[in-house]
Design a protein around this ligand. Structure first.
Ligand SMILES: [Zn+2]
Ligand SMILES: [Zn+2]
Length: 76
């Protein structure tokens, strides 16, 4: 299962950028998360075990971050 990129709760839908969000966060601006390795933006990709953040520079940069890890790091 995926967690909301904004609040960390259960995601029940996806926003315009295909990021998992809960109902309350659906109207929020898509989350921006940048790659710590190369500085490019990261996008949500769907994998076998759920969604994760992957660098847009893939395959030149193979950095990935789990939704949970990214959420905890960017939490205010
Ligand atoms: Zn939310
Ligand atoms: Zn990168």
């Amino acid at each position: 299962m995926d967690i909301c990129v904004h609040c960390g709760k259960f995601a029940t839908m996806y926003n315009s950028s295909d990021q998992p969000v809960c109902k309350n966060c659906f109207e929020k601006k898509p989350k921006r998360y940048s790659c710590k390795k190369c500085g490019a933006i990261m996008i949500v990709k769907k994998g076998k075990y759920g969604s994760f953040w992957g660098c847009i520079g893939y395959p030149l940069c193979d950095n990935t971050v789990s939704l949970k890890e990214a959420f905890l790091k960017t939490k205010k």
